[in-house]
Design a protein around this ligand. Structure first.
Ligand code: ADP
Length: 207
């Protein structure tokens, strides 16, 4: 059971998933709220009955997973639909992620939350917050390449996220992702040792 939670966040395209994978390579357990959201809305997902009850059968595809395009259209046409969707998903994500953090067998857990800075609930759960940071121009470049999006589409997403300064203001640690993966690896290895030490200190203090 793990009692030391490191919240991992960063703007879109900053390199959160890449950094999370490197922590897993070091031996950390990853609890990823985005992956949990996909699980809940996938085939046999625990959120699907509530979503169908709320929005109708059209939001489920033939296999029972959420029809993402149909849901996107609903949310686009009716802003209250997003609030209702989040009202169903967010409590389930909070509950499942908390359970998985508690159940983790590693000395510390990486809790990946894209909107960690925007969310008080998740911040409260973290012993430390690590922010993946890079220049905004690089974020835009990476997301355009990864998702085939236009510059304005990426900028629109960034505009509703916390700013780079707001994220850095709550960071205990920062991973600078402005160069190659080798540079990332070194930073993650250093932080891994630090989190092992801090988690061991916490265990000792609670005995
Ligand atoms: P996030 O999870 O924050 O949205 P990702 O980890 O998915 O970001 O990274 C965005 C894209 O940029 C991915 O395609 C990823 O492979 C690439 N990327 C991230 N960091 C680097 C890096 N240091 N060098 C090269 N490509 C990178």
């Amino acid at each position: 059971m793990s009692d030391f939670v490191v919240g991992l966040t960063g703007g879109i395209g900053s390199g959160k998933s890449t950094v999370a994978d490197l922590f897993v390579e070091q031996g950390a357990t990853l609890v990823d709220t985005d992956a949990i959201a996909h699980e809940l809305t996938g085939v046999g997902g625990a959120a699907m009955p509530a979503l169908v009850a709320e929005f109708g059968a059209a939001v489920a595809a033939v296999d029972g997973a959420m029809d993402r395009a149909a849901m996107r259209q609903l949310v686009f046409a009716d802003p209250s639909a997003r609030v209702r969707l989040e009202g169903i998903l967010h409590p389930l994500i909070r509950q499942l992620s908390a359970e998985r953090c508690r159940a983790a067998g590693s000395p510390y857990v990486i809790l990946a939350v894209p909107l960690l800075v925007e969310s008080g609930t998740y911040r409260e759960r973290c012993d430390r917050i690590v922010v993946v940071d890079c220049p905004e121009s690089l974020q835009i470049e990476r997301v355009m390449a990864r998702n085939g999006m236009l510059v304005d589409e990426v900028k629109a997403i960034m505009a509703v996220q916390a700013t780079r300064q707001q994220r850095l203001a709550v960071a205990n640690d920062v991973v600078v992702n402005d160069a190659d993966q080798a540079k990332l690896h070194v930073q993650v290895a250093v932080l891994h040792r630090k989190y092992l030490m801090l988690s061991a200190e916490k265990v000792k203090a609670s005995c």
